[in-house]
Design a binder for this molecule. Structure first.
Ligand code: NAP
Length: 259
């Protein structure tokens, strides 16, 4: 297996993306990190450089295809990517009173999470295919296994990412490009801080980063953690819909507005 040397991480200014950037940072590693908030991203860059990594940054809204796509191609010209991690994401949800999210909020989550993943991966695929090597990681969620009634747009975006990643995996496997579909449960980040409700089996960020890193090192097709929570969501999906929906409705939560 070729060693991973040049890594793209979107959403690197916070939470999972920042944790993975710090984890991968080492001499000989080139990290291409993106986010929107310059100060948060710079703090991560500082830590990665201290650990000896070469770091390049870009500030982009992943929900908009350009100029992100052209910039990614320029970065690939400078040093071909070995691994792409599309980690940028947002969450929102119904209000405390269970009112629908509305068009703007639901569409914003699909645009950022699902289209953002596509905008990140697609420009680089023809190049990886031509090289006959590479690795891609997309971040779904247990919300992509069975929709969460109080977070409709988020669930739709994460189910979309899961389907996108699995379809891509089938397509790219014969071309020697591994696709890992990451399906996390709850882990401790600013996104989870805004979640007001139960967080069963929640783990620390470092634990989740370690599990994902191990899975990526092994080019695992699916990285699911914690397994019990994913199993619960899968089971709820296999039950008759009215029963499964009632169980999911029992987990009351709301999500406070983002940063
Ligand atoms: N936390 C959990 O329990 C959990 C569970 C399952 C899945 N996930 C998924 O894991 C991923 C990381 O989540 P997290 O918990 O680490 O969240 P987080 O701490 O809120 O970080 C989100 C990251 O995404 C970036 N981002 C958001 N909107 C963006 C946009 N339009 N364009 C570019 N970048 C954007 C943010 O950049 P700025 O800060 O610079 O704006 C930040 O770097 C997400 O895809 C999330 O859905 C999280």
């Amino acid at each position: 297996m070729t060693a991973v040397r040049t890594i793209l991480i979107t959403g690197a200014s916070s939470g999972l993306g920042a944790g993975l950037a710090r984890n991968y940072a080492a001499p000989g590693i080139r990290l291409v990190l993106t986010g929107r908030n310059e100060d948060r991203l710079e703090a991560v860059v500082h830590d990665c450089r201290v650990k000896g990594a070469e770091v390049v940054t870009g500030l982009f809204d992943v929900g908009v295809a350009e100029p992100l796509g052209s910039w990614l191609i320029a970065q690939d010209d400078a040093a071909p990517f070995d691994l792409l991690i599309a980690a940028a994401g947002v969450s929102a949800g119904a209000g405390v009173d269970g009112q629908p999210e509305g068009t703007a909020l639901a569409a914003m989550q699909v645009r950022t999470n699902l289209l953002g993943t596509i905008h990140t991966i697609e420009p680089l695929l023809p190049r990886m295919i031509a090289r006959g090597r590479g690795q891609v990681a997309v971040v779904s969620s247990i919300a992509g296994l069975k929709g969460l009634p109080y977070s409709v747009g988020y669930s739709a975006s994460k189910a979309g990412i899961r389907a996108y990643g699995e379809a891509l995996r089938g397509l790219l496997q014969p071309k020697n490009i591994a696709v890992s579909v990451i399906v996390p449960g709850f882990f401790d980040t600013p996104m989870t801080d805004r979640w007001k409700g139960p967080t069963p089996f929640m783990v620390g960020l470092d634990k989740m980063v370690a599990v994902i890193r191990r899975g990526l090192d092994r080019r695992r097709p699916r990285i699911t953690f914690p397994h019990l929570l994913a199993l619960g969501n899968r089971a709820a999906d296999l039950l008759p819909a009215t029963i499964g929906d009632r169980i999911m409705r029992g987990f009351h939560f709301h999500i406070e507005p983002g940063r």
